[in-house]
Design a protein around this ligand. Structure first.
Ligand code: 5RP
Length: 224
């Protein structure tokens, strides 16, 4: 199985996992990226079995609508049973790095509302210590240089992601070469820098279930 085949397999496994629990009025949260796109495509044939979805990005909203899946504003929804999304990296503690597609802030908001976060990844994303993948940080544009200096004083190498504007009108700084030994503390620390909207560590609200694609098939990892 190549990486795309593993992504498709975990996407189908996620649909199979949530379908028995969906009711006609259920609304689910849907993430962003190529694995999330496989999930949307697999979900489409069941669109009459649930009410619709909250999207974590404009791109995801567009893809949901292409499949005639109703897209809801999060403010009109009091509860989401599931949030299904990919990740750029994950560790044994169900901590994640997300934001490779620059959708981290909306992803984090939708994940916060959902009762259960099912993360769909292939095995290439697994690490012992987070930080091999540059950590995305969404920043208010006028704070770019200030936040860059604050990050440089920590550890790692901040790099402005040229040409990227988030759905919220902000910029992304990627923090390279950082070993994240305590993801929960580092997540909170970065969020305390003025001008940071949020960062791509999903540790204080990590995944509840990880569906990991391997060449041998999909493994289901659950928190104890
Ligand atoms: C987007 C994300 C994605 O979940 C992450 O980048 C993984 O993407 P892909 O499924 O394409 O590998 O966080 O902001």
């Amino acid at each position: 199985m190549n990486q795309d085949e593993m992504k498709r397999a975990v996407a189908i496994a996620a649909v199979e996992m949530i379908l028995p629990k969906l009711e006609r009025q259920s609304i689910i949260g849907v993430g962003t990226g190529s694995t999330a796109n496989f999930f949307i495509d697999a979900l489409a044939k069941h669109r009459d079995e649930f009410a619709g979805a909250v999207a974590s990005s404009e791109a995801t909203a567009a893809r949901l609508r292409q499949h005639d899946i109703e897209v809801y504003d999060l403010n009109s929804v009091s509860q989401l049973e599931f949030y299904i999304d990919g990740a750029d990296e994950f560790d044994n503690g169900f901590n994640l790095i997300k934001g490779g597609g620059a959708a981290l802030t909306r992803e984090k908001i939708v994940a916060a509302v959902a009762k259960k976060f099912i993360c769909i990844v292939d095995e290439t994303k697994k690490v012992d210590v987070l930080g091999r993948f540059p950590l995305p940080i969404e920043v208010i544009p006028m704070a770019r240089s200030y936040v860059g200096r604050q990050l440089a004083a920590l550890e790692g190498q901040p790099a402005y992601r040229e040409g990227v504007v988030t759905d919220n009108g902000n910029i992304i700084i990627d923090l390279h070469d950082v070993e994240i030994l305590d993801p929960k503390v580092f997540e909170r620390h970065l969020n305390n820098i003025v001008g940071v909207v949020t960062n791509g560590l999903f540790a204080n609200r990590g995944a509840d279930v990880i569906l990991m694609g391997t060449p041998q098939g999909v493994q289901t990892l659950k928190r104890d």
